[in-house]
Design a protein around this ligand. Structure first.
Ligand code: URC
Length: 309
């Protein structure tokens, strides 16, 4: 502990936020293009207290250097890679080349550019923006120990039936009727932690984490809706959320925990009545008032019992 901080507890980190980078790769004949757009955030934990206490910047990695590193490393990746692999590569770089840096935290949000089909044919170099985003965060130590998390942001799901909410507490403030027939809409934010604990145990199969992202998304969606014919009844957002989390942990053995945030986005059944005429029109689960706010906020984390988290 330096003398200037005696009697204090001091924690610090520094990094570069929102470094946006696009990267294009081309097939051998140059015709078929692959592209990603990433928003990279870097945070370094390092021994650079002197900069805070005595204006000595000699242990500081300039955040401008961090930004440049993103572009140079993107250039150096000669083949397409997942956001997870790129985050690990950056984290490894910062923790291995700077003696002062003991931990790097890198998170990336990937913009959902998807290859476009024109007249039913996938275009060689044309992309359109999709909706939900692939996210990842790696926390990596100098030793190579790491925590890897991936996720989805903004996955909007809605079903028009097979949802209800009954049996909740009723008191003098309760106006909500019980129902077995309502709309269910949410915008899922998911983040799941992989059980890999060191750089050396990360799967070497290229684009493995992109495949896993799509697999987890499919399981979440399938569980939310149930089979295409008939669907599955949801007794609450809470119940559906847990089924989704359990389905992911039971299907993917390399995932040790998952957090789901599922706001309950209300579609209010329209009911128009007047004092004189009572109900003017008889609505029958057919006309709704869509809302954004207020919304229910429902979130939970499910971890394997043996998980170290
Ligand atoms: O699925 C639901 N869970 C709740 O906790 C809740 N609360 C509420 O008003 N409606 C709902 N719906």
């Amino acid at each position: 502990m330096v003398k200037e901080l005696e009697g204090f507890n001091f924690e610090q980190r520094h990094g570069k936020a929102r470094v946006r980078v696009g990267r294009v790769w081309r097939s051998n004949d140059g015709r078929r293009h692959f592209m990603v757009e990433w928003n990279v955030n870097i945070s370094l934990l390092s021994n650079c207290v002197a900069a805070y206490v005595r204006d000595d910047n000699s242990d500081i990695v300039a955040t401008d250097t961090m930004k440049n590193t993103v572009y140079v490393k993107a250039k150096e990746c000669s083949e397409q890679l997942s956001a997870e692999e790129f985050a690990i590569l950056l984290g490894k770089h910062f923790t291995s080349i700077y003696p002062q840096v003991y931990t790097a935290i890198v998170n990336i949000v990937e913009k959902p550019w998807e290859r476009i089909s024109v007249n039913g044919q996938p275009h060689e170099h044309g992309f359109k923006l999709g909706s939900e985003k692939h996210t990842t965060e790696v926390i990596i130590q100098k030793s190579g120990a790491l925590q890897l998390t991936s996720g989805i942001e903004g996955l909007s799901l809605l079903k028009t039936t097979q949802s209800g909410f009954e049996g909740f507490i009723r008191d003098k403030y309760t106006a909500l009727p019980e129902t077995r027939e309502r709309m269910l809409a949410t915008e899922v934010t998911a983040s799941w932690r992989y059980s890999y604990e060191s750089v050396s145990s990360i799967p070497q199969k290229s684009l493995y984490f992109n495949d896993q992202y799509l697999n987890v998304k499919n399981v979440l969606v399938e569980t939310f809706f149930g089979p295409p014919v008939g669907g599955v009844y949801s007794a609450s957002v809470q119940s559906t959320l847990l089924q989704m989390a359990k389905a992911v942990l039971s299907r993917f053995t390399d995932i040790s925990s998952i957090q789901l945030k599922m706001p309950n986005i209300h579609f209010l059944p329209v009911n128009i009545s007047s004092k004189d005429n009572g109900n003017i029109v008889k609505f029958n689960d057919d006309v709704y008032l869509p809302t954004d706010e207020p919304h229910g906020s429902i979130e939970a984390t499910l971890s394997r019992f043996w998980s170290k988290m």
